[in-house]
Design a protein around this ligand. Structure first.
Ligand code: UFG
Length: 345
């Protein structure tokens, strides 16, 4: 019998890539998604890649009764990976209550149902945003968590704390891992799934690919006066397929009971910092397109530089990134081209 895994937000960017990897590793995937920031057709794309149709339950995780009823119907769910969340930093500043309500209540509902149905393995989608601007780089898991700049970032910190407290309070009944992602980019090599930003993208790579395809007239580089070699901000960009694979490894760690404590945290990044200008150069190299850009003022809330020390994940999860920045840019570009071919937009 296949092990059943609940993937909340499983048609989103990272969720869909993880659903693919899970199915390819022999897990039965049950997705809950309300499609606030994704499209129902993604389930068909997961099937096209893996040959297996994931079960999709279309509802909002804030609906506790429906969630609990799902656990009854799909008896024997052994683990959950929780992606479902609102994730726009800027929007969260304008709509803090919506962010706190959605991101925290959905986690509380999930954990309550997991407890009632004796599902005791949880992988949580966290972010390097919890570190703010670290004093030293690369940043390790033992570096301090700093006060969040946005409500979005705060929800990640609060959720981590809720999970940590619960796991520590109930030895044996909850084992959990928070995965702190750095900057996930790229798309599946099939170009069947990828990032689907609604409206004007906030993140760098979808903005680059939409500019290259002609949807946007130029890219704004937010600041070239940072204290970095070329003056632009530095991030640790990792390929979404590498990131997805880390979820499978983390999940197996919990299911096989090889976790060292009830609650663990891992940084997921390449360990290499890349500037905005270097990211653009990589895109131009793989696409052969010269990208129109201009220097704009710094974006409020942005940090200057961050990259991961991924050695804990390298060692404990036996995981490391294998795709290069160029690979990630090329897959993001192929995905953008496929998407526009199909939608004609
Ligand atoms: N950038 C531009 N122009 C753009 C978009 C982004 O110059 O049009 C720059 C940003 O200023 C930043 C870099 O590209 O220096 C990366 O920006 P992203 O928006 O792609 O990513 P962030 O690092 O700002 O955000 C990511 C995640 C968030 C998370 C945050 C925490 O997307 O979910 O890291 O630091 F909260």
């Amino acid at each position: 019998m296949k092990e059943k895994v609940l993937v909340t937000g499983g048609t989103g960017f990272i969720g869909s890539h993880t659903a693919v990897e899970l199915q390819q590793e022999g897990f039965e995937v049950i997705i809950v998604d309300n499609f606030t920031n994704s499209e129902p057709f993604v389930a068909g794309r997961i099937e096209a890649i893996t040959g297996i149709k994931p079960i999709v339950e279309p509802f909002d995780m804030c609906d506790a009764a429906r969630l609990d009823e799902l656990f009854v119907r799909h008896r024997g769910i052994s683990a959950a990976i929780h992606f479902a969340a609102l994730k726009s930093v800027g929007e969260s500043v304008l709509k803090p209550l919506e962010y706190y309500r959605n991101n925290i209540i959905s986690l509380l509902n999930l954990m309550a149902s997991m407890k009632s149905h004796k599902c005791n393995a949880l992988v949580f989608s966290s972010s390097c945003t919890v570190y703010g601007q670290p004093d030293r780089l690369p940043v390790t898991e033992s570096d301090p968590v700093r006060p969040a700049i946005s409500p979005y970032g705060n929800t990640k910190q609060i959720c981590e704390e809720i999970i940590a407290d619960t796991a520590m309070a109930q030895p044996g009944s909850l084992n959990a891992i928070s995965l702190r992602y750095f900057n996930p980019i790229g798309a599946h090599p099939s170009a069947l799934i990828g990032e689907l930003p609604r409206g004007v993208p906030e993140n760098l790579v979808p903005y680059i690919t939409q500019t290259a395809i002609g949807l946007r007239s130029e890219l704004s580089i937010y600041g070239n006066d940072y204290n970095t070699p070329d003056g632009t901000a530095i991030r640790d960009y990792l390929h979404v397929v590498d990131l997805a694979k880390a979820h499978v490894t983390a999940l197996k760690r919990l299911l096989y009971g090889i976790n060292k404590t009830q609650y663990e945290v891992f940084n997921l990044g390449t360990g290499k910092g890349v500037s905005v200008l270097e990211a653009i150069t990589s895109f131009e190299r793989v696409s052969g397109i010269k990208l129109p850009y201009r220097i704009a003022p710094r974006r409020e809330g942005d940090i200057e530089k961050i990259w991961a020390d991924p050695s804990l994940a390298n060692r404990e999860l036996a995981w490391k990134t294998v795709s290069s920045l160029d690979d990630a840019m090329l897959t993001a570009w192929n995905w953008e081209k496929e998407l526009r071919k199909k939608t004609g937009k």
